[in-house]
Each structure stands twice: as structure tokens, then as C-alpha cells.
Design a protein around this ligand. Structure first.
Ligand code: ATP
Ligand code: DP6
Length: 358
């Protein structure tokens, strides 16, 4: 059993300068992580599809510096400096310091871009932190040639989690679970694990993300998690997530798309119900979000096509469906749903394989 101690780097050399480039996709949770304990430990287990096209591409240069007293880094986001992204990265470095003590020896230049809008509920914090964690691990591999591939990826997920919880599910694909649970025996609160026992019906599963509102949302996920402390329904919700994880993994293995849909949609609505019933309460759905959900339900019942929706902590709708109904669903999206998207925008994505280093 791997423990936190195993993630503390001890035998490493040093290098004058090195540059790496890594990409990491976003992910969409099927069973949602909502609520956390100290040190980014989730209050309940979650499971997600790793995406393919929605991703962050991050280049990092590490150059040896004189002083080892502080973290020193510059950040370029889509070619420009971006001060409002810096506090999350500073916090990330502080949280991972004990596991990556070598980091303070370097000046770090981060040059990053996303293929999709950030801060609007498409988990840019997940892809962003996963891509950064991968770059840190590339440096660690460079200065410690004994690092095994298994530890490289587990530690990348472990570090990513300390940047943003859901980011730990973006290192691997195609389906990743995070949070200790009885169903997946190798599951851990510390990092994400692949769930590989997937039926053919879920291969190349599609996710078309309807951009209902591209603006930055009023409440960040981090603030939302905190509101689960003292939430009147918290304990029941955490129990439900365990049950839903057990049910959805069975559905994924058996290829039961109908039952899968029930869990996925219920999880999305429960997530938003938790937001609506916290104190302070808030609503992240927009009228067009509801309009889209109702139309998906009508289309599904009238055409017997297994298409469903899920939501993250935002107004945008993820439309999930098997690859073999793509043509019909995309036609439906064009005909009926595009009008509810901001500037008619949507992103076609599908299940993917996780982070990569160049
Ligand atoms: N490429 C990137 N590199 C580093 N950090 C990023 C990058 N893209 C986004 N971020 C960080 O993620 C934050 C956005 O995260 P936030 O949780 O508010 O929204 P989100 O991730 O898009 O949606 P969700 O609620 O689904 O997680 C940004 O403010 C920034 O700190
Ligand atoms: C609704 C969610 O997307 C919440 C994601 O929360 P974050 O991982 O963004 O939160 P922090 O750990 O505070 O960074 C559900 C999910 O992805 O499981």
C-alpha cells in the first residue's frame, strides 16, 4: 500500500536548466466530488471520464537560482502575464514543497494555454494543475533516474490533487476514480486510479459541451466545497456518493447505458441541489441550462436515444452519448440546442487517455 511518505523525494541530483512541455485534459465527473477534509482529502469518492480535446498545454523552464528561500516563478497564460492565476499556483507550490523539496532551487517560468474557456465549469483548474504537476514530475525524473513509471504517474496525480482536487483524475484515462471506497480496492484518497473494466458500449463515449455561459462564475468550486461543512444534507450526500459509485462502476462494466444515465443525471442535479441548500445558497444554472435539460429529456423519450446530461459547478451542459448515435445527437444539438448556447458555441469532445509529456 502506497503512503504519503513514498511521495517525498529524497534522492535527487540537480541540473542547471531544463524545459519540459506537458499537456493534460480536463475531466467530467460522473459521480461528483463536492466537499473536502483537510489537505485536499475528498469527503466522498468520485469517478470521471477523462476528456480528450479540452486540455491545457504547459511549457515549464526550470533554471537554477542562488537563493533557496522562496518559490520564484513567472506565469504566462496564452502569451500574457496573468496575475490572478498566480495565487493558486503559489499555493500549489507551497502545498507540494515537502514532497518536492528541490523546487525552491529553481526559478520557474510557466507558459500555459487552454483549448477551452477557463473558470466556467469545464474544470480548467483540473487540466491546468494536472499539466503543471506533470512538468514538476518531468523535472523530478530528470534529477532522479530511479523514479519508476508507476510512481511518476501516481505522484503526478498526488501533486495535481494538491493543486485542485479533481485534477488528480486528469493524469490518466479513460475512466478514473478518486477517493477510498469499497468498490475499487486499489482506490485512494491521495491520488486517482484508473477504472479499466469498461464495456464496449462506453468506448469512445462522446461529450459535447454546450457553452451556455462563458463568463466567470460567481462562486468557485473551492468556496462551494467549504459550504459542505455544516451543510444539513452533507452526511446523506456523502453516503449517496459511495452508493452511486458502486452502481455506476457496475453499469460501466456491464454496459448498462440506461442505468448509467439515471446515476449521471441524478448526480448532476444533486450537486446543484447541494449548492441551492447551502448557507449562503447559490444557483449556478441559467434559464438556458434548464431549457436544454428539458429538451434532452424530450428528445430521449421520443427517439429512444440514450443521450443524457451532466453539469459541473457552472451553467454549461455536458451532453453525454455513445459514439454510435453521434450523427443523430449532433443533428439534434444543431436543430434544438445551439440557440441556447452563448454565441451558438459548443465543444465536441470524447473520452481520452490522460496527460502526456513531450
Ligand atoms: N492553464 C492553466 N494553468 C494554471 N492554472 C489554471 C489554468 N487554467 C485555469 N487555471 C486555474 O483554474 C482557475 C479556474 O478554476 P475554477 O475551479 O474556478 O473553474 P473551472 O476549473 O473552470 O471549473 P470547475 O468548477 O468545473 O472546476 C483559474 O482561476 C486558475 O487559477
Ligand atoms: C463540481 C466539481 O467539478 C468540483 C470540482 O472541484 P475542484 O477540484 O475544482 O475543487 P478544488 O479541490 O477546491 O480545486 C465536481 C468534480 O469534478 O468531481
Amino acid at each position: 500500500m502506497i503512503s504519503e511518505q513514498d511521495f517525498i523525494a529524497s534522492n535527487y541530483s540537480s541540473i542547471e536548466t531544463a524545459t519540459f512541455e506537458c499537456s493534460a485534459p480536463s475531466n467530467i465527473a460522473l459521480v461528483k466530488y463536492w466537499g473536502k477534509k483537510e489537505n485536499q482529502i475528498p469527503a466522498n469518492p468520485s469517478i470521471s471520464f477523462t476528456l480528450n480535446n479540452c486540455k491545457t498545454i504547459t511549457k515549464v523552464n526550470f533554471t537554477k537560482k542562488e537563493s533557496k528561500d522562496n518559490f520564484s516563478f513567472d506565469l504566462l497564460f496564452e502569451g500574457k502575464s496573468k496575475d490572478d492565476f498566480k495565487p493558486k499556483i503559489q499555493k500549489f507550490f507551497e502545498r507540494i514543497e515537502v514532497y518536492c523539496p528541490y523546487l525552491k532551487e529553481y526559478h520557474i517560468v510557466i507558459d500555459t494555454e487552454n483549448t477551452f474557456p477557463h473558470s466556467s465549469g469545464i474544470a480548467s483548474s483540473a487540466s491546468g494543475m494536472a499539466a503543471l504537476a506533470m512538468n514538476v514530475m518531468c523535472l523530478e525524473k530528470e534529477i532522479n533516474s530511479n523514479l519508476s513509471e508507476d510512481l511518476f504517474y501516481k505522484k503526478a496525480s498526488f501533486l495535481a490533487r494538491l493543486g485542485s482536487g479533481s485534477a488528480c483524475r486528469s493524469i490518466k484515462g479513460e475512466v478514473v476514480a478518486w477517493g477510498k471506497n469499497k468498490t475499487i480496492k486499489e482506490s485512494s484518497d491521495l491520488f486517482g486510479v484508473e477504472f479499466n473494466d469498461i464495456h464496449q458500449n462506453f468506448k469512445n463515449y462522446q461529450d459535447t459541451i454546450l457553452l451556455v455561459d462563458k463568463g466567470e462564475k460567481q462562486v468557485s468550486s473551492t468556496v462551494g466545497h467549504d459550504l459542505m461543512f455544516g451543510h444539513p444534507y452533507a452526511e446523506k450526500r456523502f453516503e449517496q456518493a459511495h452508493d452511486n459509485l458502486a452502481k455506476i462502476t457496475k453499469n460501466l462494466t456491464e454496459g448498462n447505458v440506461e442505468e448509467f444515465i439515471k446515476i449521471v443525471e441524478s448526480e448532476a442535479l444533486t450537486l446543484h441541489a447541494m449548492m441551492m441548500t447551502s448557507m449562503p445558497y447559490f444557483i449556478l444554472m441559467k434559464p438556458n441550462t434548464l431549457e436544454i435539460i428539458n429538451r434532452i429529456w424530450k428528445f430521449r423519450s421520443e427517439n429512444n436515444i440514450p443521450v443524457c446530461f451532466t453539469l459541473d459547478a457552472g451553467a454549461n451542459v455536458h451532453v453525454l452519448y455513445p459514439e454510435n448515435v453521434s450523427v443523430k445527437v449532433l443533428q439534434f444539438i444543431q436543430d434544438e440546442l445551439v440557440d441556447f448556447c452563448q454565441n451558438g458555441q459548443y465543444i465536441c469532445d470524447q473520452i481520452g487517455n490522460g496527460a502526456e509529456s513531450k
